[in-house]
Design a protein around this ligand. Structure first.
Ligand code: GRF
Length: 190
């Protein structure tokens, strides 16, 4: 039995790549699709390199039709990992995949999460807030932004002379290390 994982990504796709690399030779889990809301997403280029089927969609298709859900079902997708995916997941997909959609967020949720907290904005806010630590959170996806049950967190230090860019890079390295095995653990323990 092969579990089939889909990745949703909007951007450069470094987490998507870490996931595809990790599961490339996996005996029980296969990355079976990569979906994006942006036709220029780097994640799509990487997926094609890994031979992973891709789908792009626009707002209308995502929110006003069930085409994406139908695609996920047609591909027999069991789990979904969001990796730098910037849109809220529509309710009909959350319901169909409840407890089987994961997201990674580069802060220690519930701090520095929610609508508008993405990319460098997060790390700038952490530095402006004078935090000694930041990190990453992997959580289940529900109908809101960044509020689903937390599965895993890792703490990363913020140094006094840090820039948002350096903090982002430090956290991203840990994202690549942590996200694939946490996805594996969630799927294998289901
Ligand atoms: C990561 O920091 C992830 O935590 C956040 O968006 C960023 C995506 O980077 N949700 P990438 O596209 O995976 O390189």
């Amino acid at each position: 039995m092969m579990w089939r994982l889909a990745i949703l990504a909007s951007g450069r796709g470094s987490n998507a790549e870490a996931i595809m690399r990790y599961f490339r030779e996996h005996a029980r889990i296969r990355v079976a699709a990569l979906l994006s809301n942006r036709s220029d997403a780097g994640a799509l280029v990487i997926a094609r390199r890994y031979g992973v089927p891709t789908l792009t969609f626009d707002r209308t298709m995502f929110y006003r039709s069930e085409a994406v859900l139908e695609y996920l079902r047609a591909q027999s997708i069991d789990y979904i990992a969001l990796a730098g995916f910037l849109w809220r997941v529509p309710v009909h997909i959350v319901r169909a995949y409840r407890g089987r959609i994961l997201n990674i967020h580069p802060s220690l949720l519930p701090s520095y999460g929610g609508k508008g907290m993405y990319g460098m904005r997060i790390h700038r806010a952490v530095i402006d807030g004078g935090e000694k630590y930041s990190g990453l959170s992997i959580h289940y996806v529900d109908e809101e932004y960044d509020t689903g049950k937390i599965i895993f967190q890792a703490k990363v230090p913020v140094y006094p002379d840090d820039t948002a860019e350096r903090l982002a890079a430090r956290i991203l390295r840990f994202e690549h290390l942590c996200y694939p095995p946490v996805i594996e653990m969630v799927i294998e323990s289901s």
